[in-house]
Each structure stands twice: as structure tokens, then as C-alpha cells.
Design a protein around this ligand. Structure first.
Ligand SMILES: Cc1cc2nc3c(=O)[nH]c(=O)nc-3n(C[C@H](O)[C@H](O)[C@H](O)COP(=O)(O)OP(=O)(O)OC[C@H]3O[C@@H](n4cnc5c(N)ncnc54)[C@H](O)[C@@H]3O)c2cc1C
Length: 471
């Protein structure tokens, strides 16, 4: 009997995980509620280069300010995963556009539809069966009588065939949730597992982005750099050039009642730039998860990855790369589990370990999410001040935008104290936030290296207190 895995959701995380498992001769089926044509997004996202490289994509080479390689679009409408225009460095403006930092940008502008379709094709070639038009409804599980994350043994998943509305119960050695932030499967578990909660509204950013045509003649004088207007309305506004004729403009705001519509923010920007034409070519809007990652990604027979586990970069909402990386790490652990004929939580714990201990991605994201929350309480003038005084320096911002938490060194603190002397209350707030970020970071670097219910319970209680989270 081959080890059987059922995956719900064919996003980048699920597709890469499925491909890796099938290559190890595991029997993998993906249930995807949408169609092949609808996979990904109808636009190009900024995706972490390192993740796509680790996923085995033939990454292009940087020549001047352009990408060159097999997967690059030669013309705006030609096939290809990557936009030609490269953004090795990004201008990071303060909300009032009166201070700017120049940072390294470790992303590549990636056509999410082409990427999505390419990854599922690779999965199919490796032997994965993909069932489109099937919606995952909930997990099939037995209760073990333990009051904690190991209180269940998952043995399958219930799905609905959307064509005929019929339900099927699929049994499997392992079920994977990679269905995005709605996290339908984990929410079907009992509350005592600690996995069944819904993400809160304030754990999201609300984002709108559009690809517009540009008049190359007017663009000669209407210069628009690749930039972020960082901290704008608790999020950021951006422009990323695709090529001489296309530009991506977008904005994401803090997802709270009374928030501005990011579409209006984009319109304001476009109105100031005569080279940008009025017709929208591609684009869309929606929520991006930006809260801290789950405290734990597994239980017996069940693993959660990608947005369902809240693994996006909290300072940008970019989550495609992280979904891929966690998918790859989960694949390593699950293939070992399959070889040993296991699916228990003790074995699967190594996925948490990879995220929190072997890499510091988990610790950085938890700390950055707390830092983001604190900075979102500062208004635009205060953020402008912090940029201007270089208290929010290029170094700190570069790491943060690229998903890395940098605990402030003593010299940095002293420098900030001096530069922020005229606004002690903001400085106190910032120090409080970075101090808490550092504590969170250290606490997550002490993540339990193996599954032990009481050690994990203590660790989680402290993490909740530090994050002020009631998940
Ligand atoms: C407007 C916008 C802009 C963004 N910009 C960026 C960006 O620039 N860079 C970046 O990295 N990220 C960006 N993101 C976030 C990014 O899209 C996600 O972080 C990423 O796609 C998460 O990957 P995933 O594999 O976890 O899940 P998803 O890509 O969300 O895939 C989940 C899949 O599961 C399917 N599904 C859902 N529920 C079920 C169910 N019950 N049964 C079966 N199938 C189901 C869905 O149809 C989907 O195909 C943006 C998001 C939005 C909304």
C-alpha cells in the first residue's frame, strides 16, 4: 500500500508540496475548488526570489535593470513567469513622501497565473492527481481523549464535488491544508487543539492592485521609480514597473473599520501621473494575512501550510514565497514520515522545528508582526519624523521589508535616543515596540525542539502573553 496524502488547495504551497511528495513515490491527490484557468492571481506579485530558487525554478540573471532567462516575458504579452524589469533596489518613501531610503529588494515580479499553472503542471508530471471543482469541507478525525493539540487523529477529509453537489469522504494517511487564510479544515477541529480559531480582522491588510498601460513618450518626463510609500494608512502604497508600457500600482491598508479604500489611494496617485493611462489591464483586490504565524502547524495526520498557517511576511503581506518554503520543509518531513510508516505529531513536529529553529523565519515573522502593530498606531507625521531622523534607518527597513527582524544594537539605541530627543513620546513607543519585538524573537528562538505537551503549553502561554494574542 502506498502512503496516501490528500491536499486541499492548489496554491503555490500545496502544489510544490504535492510535487515533492509524488517524486518520492507517495500517492498524492490535490482537491482544488477552483479551475486550472483560475489558479493564482490575474496579476504579477512580488515574490521572494529565494523561495522560487529553492523550488527549483530556473531563475533569471540580472543584466543591468532587466532579468534575462528562459522564464522571462520578452514582450508585455508573451508567455513567461517573470516580468522583464528588475527591481534589485527599491525606494522606500515615508508616508509624506518627504524622506527616502534606498534598500535592497529581494523579490521578483512574478506572474501568479503563469506560476500557479506551472507548479501544478510540475506536480502532475510527478504523478499527482489534481481534482478541480472539489471543495474541502472538514476533517475526518477520532478524538484521543487528550486536551491539547494531540487530542485528535486525523484520518481523512470530507470534500464536495461542486459539479453534482455530492459529498465524498476521502481517507488518507496525511491531510494537508493549503487552502489559504479561510483555513476551513483546521477550523473543523475541536477548540482544545488550539488550531480551530479564525484569524481576526486586524490580522489582515486590505489590498488593491492594478496593472495599467503607460504612454512611453510621456513616461520620459513623468518619471516614476519603483517604490513603496511605507507606513501609509497602516500599510503601504507602491508602484512597480513591468516594462516601458506597463506599470503595477497598488496600495494596502490596515484592515480596520473606517479604513480608506486602497483603490481611491491608487486613483489619487494615478491622477498625479499623466503617463499612466486610465484603462485597467489586470488586477484585483482582497485580504492579505499579516498576523503572526500559528504557534503549531501540526497534529496527528494533519499539517497546515501557507496562508492557512499565517506564514506571510507581516511587513508586506507577501506570502507566496513563504507558502512555497514551508511546503518544501513540510515535504521533507512528510516523506521521512512516509518511509517510516508514521503520521504522528511527534514526527510531524519537525515541521515546526524547521520553521522556528532551523530557520529564523518564524521568529522574525512573529517579532515583525508585533512591530507592525505598534507602528500602525503612529500617524503619518510621526513616521515621517522617524524616517527623517534616520531612526527608522535603511538597514532596519531593508531587513523588515525583506522579512527579517533585526534586534536593535546598543549603538543604534543610543543614536536613536539622540536623534529622537525632540519627540520623546514617539521614541518611547518605538523603544517599547522594538523591545517587545526582541523579546518575542528570543522567545521563538527557544521554540520547543520536540513535541512535549507541557513544555509546549508553557511556551505557548508565554508567546500569547508577549504577542497579546488570545488565539
Ligand atoms: C491583492 C493581493 C495582492 C497580493 N500580493 C502579493 C505579493 O505581491 N506577493 C506575495 O508573495 N503575495 C501576495 N499576496 C498574498 C499571496 O497571494 C498569498 O500569500 C499566497 O497565495 C498564499 O499561498 P497559499 O498556497 O497558502 O494559498 P493560496 O494561494 O491562497 O491558494 C489556496 C488555494 O486553495 C483553494 N481553496 C480555498 N479553499 C478551498 C477549499 N475549501 N477546498 C478546496 N480548495 C480550496 C483556492 O482556490 C486556492 O487555489 C497578495 C494577495 C492579495 C489578495
Amino acid at each position: 500500500m502506498r502512503y496516501k496524502v490528500a491536499i486541499i488547495g492548489a496554491g503555490p504551497g500545496g502544489a510544490v508540496l504535492a510535487r515533492e511528495l509524488a517524486q518520492k513515490d507517495i500517492d498524492v491527490t490535490i482537491y482544488e475548488k477552483g479551475s486550472y484557468e483560475e489558479l493564482g492571481h490575474d496579476w504579477s506579485d512580488a515574490v521572494e526570489r529565494v523561495a522560487l530558487k529553492w523550488a527549483g525554478l530556473n531563475m533569471p540573471e540580472l543584466v543591468g535593470n532587466e532579468w534575462h532567462g528562459d522564464l522571462v516575458k520578452e514582450t508585455p504579452d508573451s508567455e513567461g513567469v517573470f516580468e522583464k524589469h528588475a527591481i534589485p533596489r527599491l525606494k522606500l518613501h515615508s508616508p509624506g513622501y518627504n524622506s527616502v531610503k534606498d534598500i535592497e529588494f529581494k523579490m521578483i515580479t512574478t506572474d501568479r497565473r503563469v506560476l500557479g499553472q506551472m507548479l501544478v503542471k510540475q506536480a502532475e508530471e510527478a504523478g499527482v492527481q489534481i481534482k478541480y471543482g472539489y471543495e474541502g469541507l472538514g476533517l475526518l478525525y477520532r478524538e484521543t481523549g487528550t486536551n491539547g493539540p494531540d487530542g485528535v487523529e486525523v484520518y481523512g477529509v470530507s470534500v464536495k464535488n461542486l459539479e453534482n453537489d455530492l459529498r465524498e469522504e476521502i481517507t488518507a494517511d496525511m491531510v494537508i491544508e493549503s487552502s489559504g487564510f479561510h483555513s476551513v479544515l483546521r477550523r473543523s477541529l475541536p477548540a482544545y487543539t488550539g488550531l480551530a480559531f479564525m484569524f481576526k480582522d486586524n490580522e489582515f491588510g486590505f489590498v488593491n492592485r492594478e496593472v495599467r498601460e503607460r504612454d512611453p513618450e510621456k513616461a520620459r518626463v513623468d518619471i516614476i521609480p519603483d517604490h513603496y510609500r511605507y507606513g501609509f494608512h497602516g500599510g503601504y502604497q507602491w508602484s512597480h514597473i513591468h516594462n516601458a508600457e506597463r506599470i503595477d500600482v497598488g496600495a494596502g491598508v490596515k484592515n480596520v473599520p473606517g479604513k480608506p479604500d486602497p483603490k481611491d489611494l491608487i486613483e489619487e496617485f494615478i491622477a498625479k501621473h499623466p503617463s499612466i493611462k486610465s484603462e485597467k489591464l489586470r488586477g484585483g483586490r482582497g485580504l492579505c494575512i499579516v498576523g503572526p504565524p500559528l504557534f503549531n502547524f501540526v497534529t496527528n495526520g494533519f499539517v497546515i501550510i501557507g496562508d492557512a498557517a499565517s506564514t506571510s511576511v507581516p511587513t508586506t503581506g507577501c506570502g507566496a514565497g513563504s507558502a512555497v518554503l514551508v511546503g518544501l520543509w513540510a515535504a521533507e518531513v512528510i516523506s521521512e514520515a512516509a518511509e517510516e510508516g508514521r503520521n504522528d505529531m511527534v514526527k510531524l513536529w519537525d515541521i515546526n522545528k524547521k520553521f522556528y529553529l532551523d530557520n529564523d523565519r518564524g521568529a522574525s515573522f512573529a517579532a515583525l508582526s508585533a512591530l507592525r502593530n505598534a507602528l500602525q498606531t503612529l500617524d503619518h507625521d510621526y513616521l515621517d519624523f522617524l524616517f527623517r531622523q534616520d531612526i527608522m534607518s535603511a538597514d532596519i527597513l531593508e531587513e523588515a521589508v525583506n522579512g527579517v527582524f533585526l534586534p536593535p544594537a546598543v549603538e543604534t539605541k543610543a543614536k536613536s535616543l539622540w536623534r529622537g530627543i525632540t519627540k520623546p513620546s514617539i521614541l518611547a513607543k518605538l523603544n517599547e515596540a522594538t523591545g517587545r519585538g526582541s523579546k518575542i524573537y528570543s522567545h521563538y528562538r527557544n521554540y520547543p525542539p520536540y513535541w512535549d505537551p507541557s513544555i509546549f503549553a508553557r511556551w505557548q502561554a508565554e508567546a500569547k502573553e508577549l504577542l497579546q494574542a488570545d488565539r
